[in-house]
Design a protein around this ligand. Structure first.
Ligand SMILES: *Cc1c(COP(=O)(O)O)cnc(C)c1O
Length: 423
């Protein structure tokens, strides 16, 4: 709150398409989709209509002993998107809970199969999986983790496949293989004690938009299968078309054992998360004994309004051929950003699907420490909502930018960058 003595909070009054408007009528282009959740704009007419109808039909009912059409339809649609491989969905409300569910379900599934010794988790440097105590244990972002470190269960934190770490002459694929080799060494030694490996496929987002080769995802899949360890793909940020396929794992042509979705799945409307899993995991819990069941519940699990928003979102993907159209949009924005990509103070300009990022070359430690705050404030002045992660500037816009929006975004971003760098 003390920072807001100099940068006042923006009180948002309404939203429309990619724009947010404050109470003074000032507008801001939401270039980060309100923390990566909003896919098709604010107050989207199609999602609004679907929600209004759902509101008059069923607002909520408990999901124990009861079920309802929106949650069944959504599960079937998502399952079909994985060709039925991940044919079971377990619901919750936020991303961190989905991660908790995947971790608990992995452990409990092994336990039900007589492998209760598999109690350890493997995660990556710079990975982010949410901030509840279980999810924070597999998160490696110091600013979120450090204060609580003594509360967290110890985990194995391995090298990130971040392509920026390439040694001279090394390709992104080779960095991926180097990171995978570290995992192989660990699994050779400890697989009997390891329940699951959790990754953010293709882009470690909150850790600073660190991108890696799909070869890493393929290798992790291969190793997890070989060593009888689950693979958890946290697609909370990278799912829902963000990386160029609906699921990021599709770039590697593999499926995990657990896939976590949240953020964009409800189009940015309502809290909803879910964990998709396979038949064998489902079967390991299928029993008359309550103790063998997966007893994890949240009050608003599978909320019908949230599921309806998700169904309306999936319908837009289908009707508008969004995955294909996004390639056109991404090319257009990449072209508009070309001057910035070669800017002398820009390092590691990178893009994956509908994510763009670069690292600002800031020498002055004072400026580096306050860079994100200054950038945010300058962006607001120029009608943009942007929040760099440290000195990493990124764009994660909604999938509905017009040509004019694209030009506006690229030009204003350049202006803001020059303004902050010359401070
Ligand atoms: C945002 C995020 C989470 C946590 O989701 P919340 O809804 O904020 O709890 C988990 N994993 C990843 C990869 C995320 O980006």
């Amino acid at each position: 709150m003390q920072h807001h003595e100099t940068v006042p909070l923006v009180a948002v009054q309404r939203g429309s398409g990619p724009w947010l408007y404050d109470h003074d009528g000032k507008r801001y282009l939401d270039a980060i989709s309100s923390w990566w959740v909003n896919l098709f704009g604010h107050a989207n007419p199609r999602i609004n209509t679907a929600l209004k109808n759902q509101l008059d039909t069923l607002e909520h009912a408990m999901l124990a002993g009861f079920t309802h059409e929106p949650v069944v339809s959504l599960s079937e649609k998502l399952s079909a998107l994985t060709d039925g491989v991940l044919g079971h969905c377990f619901y919750a409300s936020d991303g961190a809970s989905a991660v908790e569910i995947a971790l608990k379900m992995s452990f409990h599934s092994w336990r039900n199969q007589g492998l209760g010794g598999k109690q350890e988790f493997v995660c990556l440097k710079g990975g982010y999986h949410g901030e509840t105590v279980g999810a924070l244990a597999v998160t490696d972002v110091p600013i979120f983790r450090d204060a609580y470190d003594t509360l967290l269960k110890p985990v194995h934190t391995l090298m990130s496949p971040d392509a920026r770490q390439a040694m001279p002459g090394e390709s992104a694929d080779q960095v991926a293989l180097r990171a995978a080799a570290e995992l192989e060494t660990l699994l050779k030694e400890r697989a009997a004690h390891i329940s699951a490996v959790i990754i953010e496929p293709l882009v470690q987002c909150a850790g600073g938009m660190a991108m890696h080769s799909p070869v890493f995802v393929q290798e992790v899949r291969r190793l997890c299968t070989a060593f009888n360890v689950h693979l958890i793909a946290d697609e909370i940020a990278v799912g829902c078309g963000r990386t160029g396929h609906f699921f990021a794992c599709q770039h590697a042509a593999v499926w995990p054992d657990f896939l976590c979705l949240s953020k964009g799945i409800s189009g940015g409307y309502l809290p909803l998360s879910l964990v998709m899993t396979r038949d064998d995991v489902y079967a390991s819990f299928y029993s008359d004994s309550m103790a063998r069941g997966f007893l994890h519940s949240h009050s608003y699990t599978g909320n019908p309004l949230a599921c309806r928003a998700a169904l309306a979102t999936l319908e837009i993907f289908e009707q508008d051929n969004v995955i294909t159209q996004n390639r056109v949009l991404a090319d257009r924005l990449s072209s508009a950003l070309a001057p910035l990509a070669v800017h002398e103070k820009v390092k590691h300009f990178r893009q994956q699907g509908m994510i763009w990022a670069f690292d600002a070359q800031v020498q002055d430690p004072q400026l580096a420490a306050t860079f994100s705050r200054r950038f945010f404030a300058s962006a607001l002045k120029h009608e943009l909502l942007l929040r760099p992660i440290g000195t990493t500037v990124y764009l994660m816009p909604p999938y509905i930018l017009t040509d004019a929006d694209t030009q506006f975004l690229a030009q204003r971003l350049q202006t803001v960058f020059d303004e902050v760098m010359s401070a």
